[in-house]
Design a binder for this molecule. Structure first.
Ligand code: ATP
Length: 300
């Protein structure tokens, strides 16, 4: 009986491993299927930008002939943090997709360190940008392995440094198997805020000059939001960062805030100067504050 049990047990193990691996591969294909194909030009440079100055110069873009961005111009100097805010559907995530060259602009140009993104190989371009997406893809592996995905040849020390910057160390220390703890299918064993901090650690580990943060729309409790905010602040040090924000409290400290409305920039400036303008940003700010005040009142 024992002789039969061991091989069956082993087969069960192999089956689970293969099923896990297939699930991960499937997910990779899901991601790739969502990435539209743009071609590298024959003369594209494979030298990845290292400084990280981003410039959108009069960029217009349509999805299937539907105008989405209209003559958008802004610049993010090296090491600075710029935030893009605006109503749902204003075109915020599209800005990130264009920076990443998932699509080509219809007119205008996007440059990094003065080089048009169409003049770079996709590999060189993507090496320069680390993204923390809205919905992070986590594999059913350990937390450390999920972070290592940012740079497969990273050492354990480098991974630990990234977890510190992402304010994950205390959480990891509280787990039974520390960093070797499995995150479950699609990271189900982690909260939304923890998942985003794993994504921040992964992005930091990549070591790219540009950090892009696409804030999750789902609401977080204020503790998780504060943890992400601190993680983001530390992770952004030494990087040029572009943040797409839904909660304006996330981007008060941005060097520049760009306010998009129906694909056009209608205002830009710091948090204080935008509040003083009493325009769209100030309205969005007051609406969000009234909502959070009434949510607090409901709890009290
Ligand atoms: P949200 O705050 O809701 O995330 P957003 O400002 O990030 O919105 P985008 O995701 O940039 O908005 O979308 C801008 C517009 O482009 C929306 O009207 C959206 O429906 C449309 N859109 C987005 N992706 C595609 C696509 N792949 N094909 C066609 N239209 C799209």
């Amino acid at each position: 009986m024992m002789q039969l049990f061991i091989p069956l047990n082993f087969l069960g193990f192999v089956y689970r491993e293969i099923r896990g691996a297939l699930a991960n591969i499937e997910r990779m294909f899901d991601i790739m299927a969502n990435v539209p194909q743009v071609e590298d030009r024959d003369d594209a440079s494979s030298l990845s930008p290292t400084v990280g100055v981003i410039k959108f110069d009069d960029v217009s873009f349509q999805y299937d002939k539907r105008p989405i961005l209209n003559k958008v111009s802004f610049e993010v100097p090296a090491g600075k943090k710029i935030a893009v805010v605006g109503d749902s559907g204003a075109g915020k995530s599209t800005i990130i997709k264009l920076l990443f060259r998932f699509y080509d602009v219809n007119s205008g140009a996007i440059t990094i360190d003065g080089i048009d993104v169409r003049q770079l190989t996709q590999l060189a371009l993507r090496k320069a940008i680390a993204v923390v997406p809205q919905d992070t893809v986590l594999f059913n592996d350990s937390i450390y392995e999920n972070i290592r995905y940012g740079r497969p040849d990273a050492t354990e020390d480098e991974i630990k440094q990234a977890t510190q910057l992402a304010h994950l160390s205390d959480f990891i220390d509280s787990l039974p198997d520390k960093g070797d703890t499995k995150v479950g299918e699609r990271g189900l064993k982690l909260s939304g805020g923890e998942k985003q901090r794993v994504a921040i650690a992964r992005a930091v580990l990549k070591g790219a000059p540009i950090l892009v943060f696409d804030e999750a729309t789902s609401s977080l409790d204020s503790h998780s939001e504060q943890a992400i905010l601190s993680a983001l602040r530390d992770a952004a040090k030494g990087h040029t960062s572009l943040v797409v924000a839904h909660r304006l409290s996330t981007i008060i400290d941005a060097d520049e805030i760009v306010v998009l409305s129906r694909g056009s920039i209608v205002e830009h400036g710091t948090h204080a100067s935008l509040l003083a303008q009493q325009g769209l940003y100030a309205r969005l700010w007051h609406i969000q504050h009234e909502q959070s005040d009434s949510a607090k009142a409901n709890i009290d």
